[in-house]
Design a protein around this ligand. Structure first.
Ligand SMILES: [Zn+2]
Length: 359
């Protein structure tokens, strides 16, 4: 449910090679049929380390991300969760009638890692319903926090609860298109013998050296705003108006930016660098004024970049700008602007997406 029909293991692995990803989460690993689809690719995977991952929704509709060493750990967890869930055999992300604390305990008993999924999303997420980690997980610790597309590291850096909790920036892709898979990613120091176990240990130890992903301001609930006319308000104004827009009476929805700020009562702790990126296909689409990144012209330019540099992430993150310029000067300008953070942001809010321009 809710994912592209093209979401097949072989397509995901092929997309990883083009994108430049060396580690891939399966998603939906609690589901036995999806597990079966993956089994042949756990040994024959084009050199990509495949990590069984899945989400669970708890009794308060908070989503939790689980990372495991193998599918056996998910089997063990499914046996425990099954009596508490009506959707475990039908839904890739089942709802279970259990607290976050119990789910976390059982996950740890199985040997897997757990943390809040897309923690700053204004619904179905930790900070939509709780003001603290303990409010959701009780005395059970979390192993990481997934920032989600609506936040970058700065949103969590000043929340004292999260000091020492590694941040993950995962793509949560529902399709294998290069604009979706790896749209956010992590760079992790893993040593020479990469395996699922090694990766889990590295995440727990906080060996993340870079996070990369969207500008949070692009999100449609970034700032506090009216859901009818999208007028943006400060939290103080919204409170004064009793969360009703003085112009049209529409509901004023608190933005992710303001929610993170009210939780950030500590000094920002040190975090790995966060690189704001835009998928290469989207950069090309914008420059060409095309209706989609999949037009023939856009695809030709994209393929030329992959042929020249090997992968999309190499183009976005590491390739020298003069070499990118040789393939396409305007794309080189855009990538240079992103790397140097030369950008003007127009944050979204109230359900209207934000925009940005490069300078
Ligand atoms: Zn309004």
């Amino acid at each position: 449910m809710a994912v592209s029909r093209a979401m097949r293991p072989e397509k995901l692995l092929a997309a990883c090679a083009i994108k430049g990803l060396h580690i891939l989460g399966t998603g939906d690993a609690l589901h036995p049929v999806w597990q079966r689809e993956w089994k042949p690719f756990l040994v024959n995977n084009e050199g990509i380390c495949v990590i069984p991952t899945g989400e669970v929704e708890d009794e308060h509709r908070v989503h939790h991300l689980i990372l495991a060493e193998d599918f056996g750990q998910f089997d063990q967890l499914r046996d425990l969760l099954a009596p508490k869930s009506k959707s475990i055999s039908t839904n890739g992300r089942p709802h279970v009638h259990l607290s976050g604390e119990t789910i976390a305990e059982w996950t740890h008993d199985a040997g897997a890692l757990i943390g809040p999924a897309h923690a700053f999303t204004p619904w179905t997420a930790l900070y939509a319903y709780h003001d603290s980690v303990a409010g959701c997980y009780g005395s059970e610790p979390v192993d990481f926090l997934e920032l989600g597309l609506s936040a970058d590291s700065s949103y969590g850096a000043g929340i004292p609860d999260l000091y020492g909790v590694p941040f993950l920036s995962n793509s949560d892709a529902h399709s294998p298109q290069p604009e979706k898979i790896g749209r956010e990613f992590n760079r992790i120091r893993v040593g020479s013998n990469l395996s699922a176990r090694v990766l889990l240990d590295c995440i727990k130890a906080g060996s993340i050296t870079m996070n990369a992903g969207f500008f949070p301001e692009e999100g449609k609930y970034n700032r506090t705003a009216c859901v009818r006319c999208f007028t943006q308000y400060s939290p103080e104004e919204a409170r004064q108006y009793n969360w009703r827009c003085p112009t049209d009476g529409g509901l004023i929805k608190k933005g992710v930016f303001d929610r993170a700020r009210e939780l950030s009562c500590g000094a920002p702790g040190s975090r790995p660098p966060y690189l704001h990126i835009v998928p290469l296909g989207q950069i090309i689409q914008t420059i060409e004024g095309a209706s989609s990144p999949n037009t023939k012209k856009c695809r030709t330019i994209y393929d030329a970049f992959i042929a020249a540099f090997g992968s999309e992430i190499d183009v976005l993150v590491t390739s020298p700008v003069p070499e990118i310029r040789a393939v396409h000067p305007k794309v080189a300008d855009a990538i240079a602007a992103l790397r140097e953070n030369r950008v003007i942001l127009h944050p979204g809010g109230g359900g209207k997406y934000g925009t940005f321009s490069l300078v």
